[in-house]
Design a protein around this ligand. Structure first.
Ligand SMILES: [Fe+2]
Length: 337
């Protein structure tokens, strides 16, 4: 962990030095996305015939939902292991959230799978590679690919208040910004640029982090509120991230929750974490813990029960049925909120 924090700090300091010169020549900053594409192409080449059959069946049978674009209820963060189940299920989640990097920039079975899923479900993209807080110019190629992936524009694009690359390389991680006015202006301006380029609303997620960056001048809540207001963005409230950060920082999770700009909440994430020594690690590798469900209930009292919710269980991926149990539990909590 020390190595990660040090790398993040060094990278940010290097980035901060060049932020005023951010308008340098345009270059692609999506090494992470390109790596994901390469892996996905290999996976697609080896995809089982059953998936191809499921894609064809879903595409043929379900065409009426093409314009269904506003997420409602409880959805899942879709992993490759669940493509087939999601297409075949009669009682699937209310909507899907996908990482567009897993589908962009190539065709074949993976692209056909995406379109079949889009016929069956409302899909919202949740990016991880735009590096909104980073120093490199935003990738025009990335934004073009995202637009091409969604012939019918999605309800919104969500991303993170973070940076994921410097000017040389992608970090394959979401790293924290200093809670400073300069970082606020920088990330909000780039989020605005994405919103205007794509002509889509944008939601920004509070990340988990394990050190407060040098140069911070504000609380996290004040920083996020400033970013969202300046970007005219909604909050993607990750309740697990709130909990993990609060416990690691020794503060009350409820107080941490209510310090955030909850009035801008447009979507909620729920996920699991694990303990590593004195730290909680946000690893999305298990069921939502009771403490996070409890914080979710508190959040609902403030944001209302109409806000769409996504279950993120993306490592040590469970069966589709087990994942749907988490969806059901979220629905039960929402129903009694
Ligand atoms: Fe999240």
């Amino acid at each position: 962990m020390d190595r990660v924090v040090k790398a993040a700090t060094v990278a940010w300091l290097a980035a901060a030095a060049v932020v005023p010169a951010v308008a340098a020549a345009e270059q692609v900053v999506v090494a992470a996305a390109q790596a994901a594409v390469a892996v996905a192409q290999v996976v697609a080449a080896a995809a089982p015939a059953a998936l191809a059959a499921a894609v064809l069946a879903a595409t043929a049978a379900l065409t009426e939902n093409r314009t269904m674009r506003t997420p409602r209820g409880v959805g899942i963060s879709l992993r490759r292991q669940h493509y087939e189940d999601a297409l075949a299920s009669a009682n699937g989640p209310d909507f899907l959230e996908v990482q567009p990097e897993n589908f962009m920039a190539y065709g074949g079975l993976t692209r056909r799978t995406f379109h079949a899923l889009a016929e069956r479900y409302c899909i919202v993209p949740h990016g991880v590679a735009l590096s909104l807080g980073g120093p490199a110019p935003l990738s025009a190629d990335y934004l073009r690919s995202l637009r091409e992936l969604f012939p019918v524009p999605p309800a919104w694009l969500s991303e993170h208040v973070a940076y994921a690359a410097d000017e040389q390389e992608a970090f394959h991680d979401l790293l924290p910004l200093p809670f400073s006015y300069a970082a606020m202006d920088h990330v909000a301006g780039r989020a605005r640029q994405v919103r205007q380029t794509l002509e889509l609303p944008i939601l920004l997620e509070n990340i988990s982090y394990y050190a407060t960056m040098p140069g911070s001048q504000l609380s996290e809540g004040a920083f996020l509120r400033g970013v969202l207001e300046a970007a005219d963005a909604g909050l993607l409230l990750d309740v697990n991230n709130v909990y993990v950060n609060a416990i690691n920082q020794g503060v009350d999770p409820s107080a941490a929750l209510f310090a955030l700009p909850l009035e801008r909440t447009a979507q909620i994430h729920l996920a699991g974490h694990r303990r590593h020594g004195n730290l909680l690690l946000d690893d999305h590798g298990s069921a939502v813990p009771d403490a996070v469900w409890s914080l979710f209930e508190q959040a609902l009292q403030h944001v209302g029960k109409a806000v769409p919710v996504v279950i993120e269980w993306e490592n040590r991926v469970p069966s589709f049925e087990r994942l749907m149990q988490e969806v059901s539990r979220a629905k039960e909590i929402i129903a009694r909120a």
